[in-house]
Design a protein around this ligand. Structure first.
Ligand code: G1P
Length: 294
């Protein structure tokens, strides 16, 4: 049995309709928070967690993501010529972060289908999934926190967070009971049930699934059997629901702050808070915000 995670799947084929017109001719994953595209936050989280390979599940109009993580000789030569060595080094380090590979999701059939598209590249081993809409600022990378649970229990783990009851219909929602394990201080749950985007009055709890998963390869057969669910799409939550029949699944309330950058307000919150934390921008930006006297 594998105990370590060597591969991370990043589904990036989504259309990004919530950010139109900004996403008409560029992938939503390339929208920047301050000066870094959303997808780079996820890739840096993978690298910081010690996972060596990223598998992008991509689609039409997403070439900018491949270019972003490739070496750009022209740009580097120009920067070097202008004495901008530090910037050149930064640009180069993006392409050297990790090993990356790409597979295309030819039909937009949903998150579950995107994961299934990565099946041949993942093979018969456990793997991580990160949704770049969810930007998580934490001391220990969120996916690393979940890898620690996986190392202990050897089962699938989903990230969870308490949300307002009124918001549950935007998420996969779990029902579970806390695991008696002092290492996680009541933050680890054994999942009993889960449902994708329930109406608030039908939701089993207010524990919402956030876009970080550690999955055992048994999920692939389950996804292959999963029919279209909420929104007419093949849902990962529905595949996980099937997996529950055969394997335990855990939910971890992770430590850290999560921003829903797939939503306009969440995107603005991430921009403001992450800019305030930047050593080069924090001070003048704070002064500017104060001057607004809201
Ligand atoms: C997806 C998942 C959902 C999860 C959410 C987290 O939904 O289907 O279960 O709660 O990500 O961000 P989406 O936001 O893509 O609609």
């Amino acid at each position: 049995m594998f105990t370590s995670i060597r591969k991370a799947v990043l589904p990036v084929a989504g259309l990004g309709t919530r950010f139109l017109p900004a996403t008409k001719a560029q992938p939503k994953e390339m929208l920047p928070i301050v000066d870094k595209p959303l997808v780079q936050y996820a890739v840096e989280e993978v690298a910081a967690s010690g996972i060596p390979l990223v598998i992008f599940v991509t689609g039409r109009g997403k070439d900018a993501i491949e270019d972003h993580f490739d070496v750009s000789f022209e740009l580097e030569r120009q920067l070097a010529g202008r004495g901008k060595e530090e910037l050149r080094r930064q640009i180069r380090s993006i392409s050297g972060l990790l090993q990356m590979t790409y597979v295309r999701q030819k039909h937009p059939l949903g998150l579950g289908h995107a994961i299934l598209t990565a099946r041949d590249l993942v093979g018969e081993e456990p793997f991580a999934v990160l949704l770049s809409d969810d930007v998580i600022d934490s001391r220990v990378p969120c996916i690393k926190q979940m890898m620690d649970v996986f190392e202990h229990y050897g089962r699938s783990v989903v990230a969870i967070q308490r949300v307002d009851r009124s918001a549950v219909s935007s998420y996969g929602v779990i029902k579970g009971h806390p695991v008696e394990d002092r290492a996680w201080h009541g933050r680890l749950f054994r999942i009993e049930d889960m449902v994708e985007k329930p109406e608030p009055r039908k939701a089993p709890s207010n524990l919402a699934i956030i876009g970080r998963y550690i999955l055992t390869p048994a999920i692939f057969d389950k996804l292959a059997q999963t029919r279209r669910g909420a929104g007419g799409e093949i849902q990962l939550t529905d595949g996980l629901h099937r997996l529950l029949e055969n394997e335990p699944i855990y939910g971890l309330i992770f430590e850290g702050k999560r921003y829903d950058a797939g939503d306009k307000l969440g995107f603005l919150q991430a921009t403001v808070e992450l800019a305030l934390k930047r050593p080069d921008l924090g001070k003048p930006f704070r002064q500017y915000l104060k001057s607004l006297k809201l």
